[in-house]
Design a protein around this ligand. Sequence first.
Ligand code: NDP
Length: 478
Amino acid sequence: MPKFEYAPAPESRSIVSLRESYGLFINGEFGPGVDGRAFKTISPATEEVLAEVTEAGPADVDRAVTAARKAYEHSWSAMPGRERAKYLFRIARIIQERARELAVLESLDNGKPIRESRDVDIPLVAAHFFYHAGWADKLEYAGYGPAPRPLGVAGQVIPWNFPLLMLAWKIAPALACGNTVVLKPAETTPLTALAFAEICQQADLPPGVVNIVTGAGETGRTLVEHPGIDKVAFTGSTEVGKQIARACAPTRKKVTLELGGKAANVVFEDAPVDQAVEGIVNGIFFNQGHVCCAGSRLLVQESVYSDVLASLRRRLATLRLGDPLDKNTDVGAINSAAQLAKIRELSEVGEAEGAQRWSPPCELPVKGFWFPPTIFTGVSQAHRIAREEIFGPVLSVLTFRTPAEAVEKANNTPYGLSAGVWTEKGSLILWMASRLRAGVVWANTFNKFDPTSPFGGYKESGYGREGGRHGLEAYLDV
Ligand code: NDP
């Protein structure tokens, strides 16, 4: 098959004006941390230092929670929904106006291809604020009683895989329902959250309604354990999610957890192979596989195994890995050295346990953190690469003979966040969907997100839903 050569098509980064250092965003203003600690955030594609960011300590978290409480009591919770809606609409429009800048900033700090930050992340961020702006004055029609009340101050901790999108998933519903927030972005990707703080200023949001405290895991722990928090919302690893659940259990805090996944993407023999292969690629190589709902376990019906694998290998050979800011890039950089080490380690375990590893010929840049798209075949259900979340561009391939076997294998995981089904038979889709223990089941597509659609997991993938009418429940006193 002829392979096209693409000329470089870099997106200009001149639209982003990075500051040398960033303070904490508390009570509507940027300011220094109490104990003067800071850390650097780098571009994972080049290891270039992008900026220095303040590390919030306990005194800073306390200031942020106090500011959020004051804003909750004196302005935000008492404000009519239609007035809150105006702020959310304004924020959504500013996000649209600054979309290009936000996309470039996200790709710089996270390493994801600009094509994804530009076409997926940022449009969804704006959509989330638009959608929840629509709810702010209609909460009495959401099905939670005639006058649903907010909870108070929300402490929110988010990961690095979709930095601004996870912020939107957390902040938009919280504000729409009348809560105020203190949010901690991930240590490796704080820049778009800080840009969002500027957007709050631009939108004239009352001081203290949104507070952003940057820092590492310890800052997150201090925030979720702060006694002034009424609600905790966390997205991240199952391990940290369990720690948070334990810490909050003896308190009156309401908690929602969106944790890991090990989704099965199930391909039946009647599925159109090319379409399914696109779905498999999107399922596991989108965002370098740094996706909680990634289709990391491919289950292929035995009768079409060789066809699907041959097409998949051909398709992988056409993926372009490299500069995240190049508009032709399909696979960007791994977010951090630590994540790269974890992906390498689990891949080595896969080989040691007897699975066969394959990657297309692929030149990796010398600087930065990179891992080629990788497939493991000959994987059994007991292998660690079939059970543990790798959170990288690594696909484990298994086979099945009957739909019942597919269901059994798909559900054989401690997780339950998402699943995919590929078949031409509508009846089989419904049969599978009613048996798969996963919060989201995609049929003949994968990794499709929409603010109107609730998202969340079963089992060790966490509890609570984000998005849609169901997502409002997490921020209302019901
Ligand atoms: P973490 O769960 O450690 O990080 C998620 C967020 O929680 C970050 O903001 C982190 O801060 C913060 N945090 C860390 N420790 C605590 C704590 N004790 N209390 C409160 N907040 C805390 O994920 P990692 O980034 O360490 O990734 C580890 C693995 O987790 C990945 O390899 C992947 O398998 C999985 N993961 C899953 C995600 C999902 O959406 N399902 C998202 C991210 C990771 P900081 O970044 O500063 O450490």
